[in-house]
Design a binder for this molecule. Structure first.
Ligand SMILES: Nc1nc2c(ncn2[C@@H]2O[C@H](COP(=O)(O)OP(=O)(O)OP(=O)(O)O)[C@@H](O)[C@H]2O)c(=O)[nH]1
Ligand SMILES: [Mg+2]
Length: 196
């Protein structure tokens, strides 16, 4: 996709702030620090359009990035960020939950998993939820530059087995450092747009 114009349209802390129109959205979910905002930057060829941080809990609102008014990338706050107060965490969860369950614009949900980590209960719940939706989904294994080939392959198998990923689940390997996965992911997104 030849991107002309990307706009951070809205940082929403509540559902009433979600944009109102029919632009299809792909949302990026996953544990805090897994690399959601970094992946988004890499997809739009910007270094730090979406704010990232080595400390978990950077994204705290649902951020809507409008790409050429054709598609929106939706950067979700990560789950499992323990340092946030309970009240704040529950607040985020409510909006995320509302977004995932009610948003008509949502056409594809991507779940990101860190290649170095065994999926935890929240990852498993998110995977089950995503499988239960009647819409395309993509599993993205991030930070694959962090491991050598053998360990990487071993972990990818472990992640698939732990979650119960099958061949029909789209799996994309991603690294913002080695620039791996970007083209494959764009191809999948463009394909999906064709069938909407
Ligand atoms: N080596 C490597 N580091 C990465 C990669 N992707 C992200 N990171 C780093 O991981 C850290 C977290 O990245 P973010 O994109 O902020 O993660 P996030 O999922 O948006 O985190 P929250 O907003 O807290 O939910 C940052 O220090 C990034 O530079 C990758 O592919 N390879
Ligand atoms: Mg983020």
């Amino acid at each position: 996709m030849n991107i002309q114009n990307v706009e951070l349209e809205m940082t929403a802390g509540k559902a009433s702030q979600f944009p109102v129109d029919e632009i299809p959205e792909i949302a990026f979910a996953g544990r805090s620090n897994v690399g959601k905002s970094s992946l988004l930057n890499s997809m739009i060829n910007r270094k730090s359009f979406a704010r990232t941080s080595s400390a978990p809990g950077k994204t705290r609102t649902i951020n809507f990035y409008n790409i050429d008014k054709v598609i929106r990338f939706v950067d979700l706050p990560g789950y499992g960020y323990a340092s946030a107060s309970k009240g704040i965490q529950e607040g985020w969860l409510k909006v995320i939950d509302y977004y995932l369950n009610n948003r008509e614009n949502l056409k594809c949900l991507a779940l990101l998993l860190d290649v170095r980590r065994e999926p935890n209960n929240e990852d498993k719940m998110m995977f089950e939820f995503l499988k239960s939706l009647d819409m395309p989904h993509i599993i993205i294994i991030t930070k694959i530059d962090k491991l050598g080939r053998n360990e990487r392959n071993k972990n990818i198998q472990m992640i698939k087995k732990t979650l119960g990923v099958v061949d029909e689940d789209n799996v994309v390997l991603f690294s913002t450092i080695d620039k791996i996965g970007r083209d494959v992911l764009w191809e999948k997104i463009n394909n999906m747009l064709l069938y909407l």
